[in-house]
Ligand binder design. Structure first.
Ligand code: PLP
Length: 365
């Protein structure tokens, strides 16, 4: 079945008892035991462990990411945290020099004190694969990355990980399953902040881990989620599955718009650099073209004139909303360094743009 068909139909069936075509929301926190005190037929017991809306979303994500099993979480960070705690260590963990700041903080502030060696390397060079060795237990590849839109080679990294027995996790948030399927390229786990493109309307938080195998790692992450109460709640799961139904068409339009906006911005003298994998001058454009079906809706720009120029643009735009997050229908712009706390790592002149579903002709500032 083709992707858009899968996204519309995955895990959907008329609701028993009502014949309703749309899914129902099940708010029950507890489920009836079988007469002998064990779990009833549906296998459910208590909402913190599993509930029908999470299961429906997880089954759908498993299909569209070509995995074996999925766990949904209350946020992307809850998913990242569960995985980092589930991997047996300590050992070396390799992260990219550019990645979501929360992922870096979790690795540096929580894995490192637990005995892990946290290494960083750039994606768009041979350094990333070269940094993988016999001590590497976990490789965290975010591609395209936040906020520099760096692109890592998933298949090449997966080969290195296999050679050294390391686990490869790909944060697929920026691309979404509509544009990139890391498990098909050899990754072991795909991570999503479903708060972004999967939800798609800036109104629901969530995260997911899709596993290539329903193995011991999956079981540990599932157990961690249960004990930490990190499961995605029913209404959020319902909204996210509804988002998945339209993901393919939305992301296609996001990507078309972003390509046009990136090409236009690349002509502006005030802009020093446009970071977008769809531009032929992007350092890993060829890799992106090989592993993605389109280049996505995210880009960043670096302005001549530094911080003052960047803040002036973010403050003056009319159609874009100056706000954090991404992947919703509306275009957002953000000065990343301003939201990175006391020790920002992003360049002061950088603005991150999430290109929405408006008409690209209207998107110029
Ligand atoms: N991964 C990426 C690439 C992100 O951009 C974000 C959030 O912006 C996260 C993970 C964390 O997800 P959440 O905010 O849903 O916890």
């Amino acid at each position: 079945m083709k992707l858009s068909t899968l996204m519309v139909h995955a895990a959907s069936r008329p609701q028993p008892g009502t014949a309703a075509v749309a899914d129902s929301i099940h708010l029950s926190t507890t489920f009836v035991h079988a007469p002998d005190g064990t779990r009833a037929e549906a296998g459910l017991e208590y909402q913190r462990e599993a509930h029908p809306n999470a299961i429906a979303l997880e089954n759908a994500l498993t299909l569209v990411e070509h995995g074996a099993a999925t766990l949904s979480f209350a946020s992307g960070m809850a998913a990242i945290s569960a995985l980092m705690h589930a991997v047996e260590g300590p050992g070396e963990v390799l992260i990219g020099t550019d990645l979501y700041q929360g992922t870096r903080s979790l690795a540096r502030e929580f894995l490192a004190p637990a005995g892990w060696d946290v290494l960083e390397a750039e994606y768009a060079s041979d350094q990333f694969a070269a940094a993988i060795g016999p001590l590497t237990r976990l490789v965290w590849l975010e591609t395209p990355s936040n906020p520099l839109l760096a692109v890592g080679d998933i298949a090449a990294t997966a080969l290195m990980c296999k050679a050294h027995g390391a686990l490869l996790v790909v944060d697929n948030t920026f691309a979404s399953p509509a544009l990139q399927n890391p498990l098909l390229l050899g990754a072991d786990v795909v991570m999503h902040s479903t708060t972004k493109y999967l939800g798609g309307h800036s109104d629901v938080m969530g995260g997911a881990l899709v596993f290539a195998r329903a193995d011991a790692l999956f079981e540990r992450a599932s157990h961690f989620r249960h004990l930490h109460g990190a499961l995605l709640p029913p209404f959020s799961a319902w909204l996210t599955l509804r988002g998945l139904r339209t993901l393919e068409v939305r992301v296609q339009r996001h990507a078309e718009n972003a390509q046009r906006v990136a090409e236009y911005l690349a002509t502006r003298r005030e802009i020093e650099r446009v970071n977008y994998p769809g531009l032929s001058g992007h350092p890993n454009h060829a890799v992106a073209a090989r592993q993605m079906r389109a280049f996505g809706g995210m880009l960043s720009i670096q302005l001549r004139g530094g911080r003052a120029a960047a803040l002036a643009v973010a403050g003056q735009v009319r159609l874009f909303t100056n706000a954090t997050s991404l992947g919703g229908v509306e275009s957002l712009i953000e000065h990343r360094a301003s939201v990175e706390g006391k020790h920002p790592v992003t360049a002061d002149n950088l603005l991150r743009l999430s290109i929405g579903l408006e008409d690209a002709e209207d998107s110029a500032w």
